[in-house]
Design a protein. Sequence first.
Length: 332
Amino acid sequence: MTLENFTVFRHLEMDFSRGVNIFIGENGMGKTHVMKALYSACQAVKPGVSFSRKLVGVFRPDGYGIHRLVMRKNRGGRAFVKVESDKQEIEASFTNSTPKWNAEVLHEEAWERQAGSTESTFIPAKEILSNAYNLPDAVLKGNVEFDDTYTDIIAAARIDISRGPNTTERKKYLRSLQKITQGRVATSDERFYLKPGSEARIEFNLVAEGIRKIALLWQLVKNGTLEKGAVLFWDEPEANINPKYIPVLVELLLELQQSGVQIFLSTHDYILAKYFELRKTEQNHVSFHSFYREGEIIAHETKNDFSSLEHNAIMHAFEQLMDDVYHVETGV
């Protein structure tokens, strides 16, 4: 990916692992912005999805104006977004006078031809399935405002693209997740429920939010969304999840990576990041990307190990906590 004068980034060039990519950094460093830009490009492989319009859809600027994504401190400049795969590239450029989503987009048709069936899914930080009833229609009519990541994840959870019976691999993933959720996801009249065994179904909004997030992952595995060649984006997966379930989640994501799913995560959680470092093997491809401020510029570094990052906001906060605990307990 290459970004120029885009949102908070004056200039950014990044390469990603084909496996798991973990973004860390303080708030406002652009972690979610990078994931949303990548997700827009992944969605644009579909013939009916425009790259520039999807950028507007996921960022949701006022008046649907893509010009509002130009870096604020360089309003006179041209913003540029370029995403490359192994085969093709797609790029969009626009200025502070570009109307609506009318960016100049290059290579869009070639980008579509490379992988029109690629599935990409973005799980937002806030759980949304409990509010799914009529939400896409309300957004379409302008009654409420949610960015495309929320309406897209509802659609991804509802559709069943799997073919035939569950594979052995899929059954393993589902069993792993079901240990946490204590049930499976069911839908009725556009509403989502958790069905624990033979018991009556439970409305999603009556289930703990952390369990709902794991249940969503269960549903995406079940319906065939997370298969080989898919791309998963997940913003703060640790939010509202019991820390004791984090190792199970990490193991599952590493297994999905081994089966050919490329994964992008944004996190502020030490436990999640550290477990990826501890549990990865030679069969796993994991990269840690740290975003940090260098003067007025947001920079980044990439390492294969969490503990090797020189700019590590999570580790620094954890070390400060340990120092404070020591001072309190020893009085030193």
